[in-house]
Structure formats: structure tokens, C-alpha cells
Design a protein. Structure first.
Length: 108
């Protein structure tokens, strides 16, 4: 994983062709890059992000932000009810409780 200007790149190896290739994974827009070495892939990643930002600027469009902080989740009604009850028992909002649970799991 690589990060540049808030954009996260995921890199994979194509052993048949002998290249590294990747994509930005934290936006819906398609931003890809490739290289033959770690140095090349890092440079290509940064150039692809910069090109994306320049392209958006040329079109007078706002680039897609990596994350808005909003997280829409659909789950079974019973699970929703159980989470809501746990949040209330913890004197938290459902949003606060879910945030705490996710933080505790993701920090492991």
C-alpha cells in the first residue's frame, strides 16, 4: 500500500509480464499506474494522482475526495435493533458506538 495526497494505491505483480501494476483504491474514479521496479511504481503512482488532479482542474470539476466520513450500511433489522440497544446501554449514539466497535477491531 502506498499513500500520496490522501490517495491510497494498491500494487500487484504480473509475473508473466514482469511488471508491477496498481490502482487507487479509495475513490470510485479509475486511477491506475504501472512500473518495473519499486522506484518506478512509486513515481508512476504519484504521477497518476497528479494527472488525475490536473485533469479535474482542467475540466473545472472537483476531484473525488478519498473519503467523506459518511458510511451507509444496510443490515438485517434484528442486528440493527441489537446494535441500537448496545449503543443506548453504553450511553452512546448508534454512530458513536459503531465507530468505537470498528476502531477496536481495526486497531488489532
Amino acid at each position: 500500500m502506498m499513500e500520496y495526497k490522501g490517495y491510497i494505491g494498491k500494487v500487484e505483480i504480473d509475473e508473466e509480464v514482469g511488471i508491477l501494476y496498481g490502482e487507487v483504491i479509495n475513490v470510485r474514479d479509475v486511477i491506475t499506474f504501472e512500473g518495473e521496479s519499486v522506484e518506478e511504481i512509486q513515481k508512476a503512482f504519484q504521477e497518476s494522482v497528479d494527472d488525475y488532479l490536473a485533469f479535474c482542474a482542467e475540466r473545472n470539476e472537483s476531484p473525488e475526495k478519498p473519503f467523506s466520513g459518511k458510511f451507509v450500511l444496510r443490515l438485517p433489522a434484528e442486528l440493527h435493533r441489537q446494535a441500537y440497544i448496545q449503543a443506548k446501554l453504553s450511553d452512546k449514539s448508534l454512530n458513536g458506538w459503531v465507530t468505537d466497535v470498528l476502531e477496536s477491531v481495526l486497531k488489532k
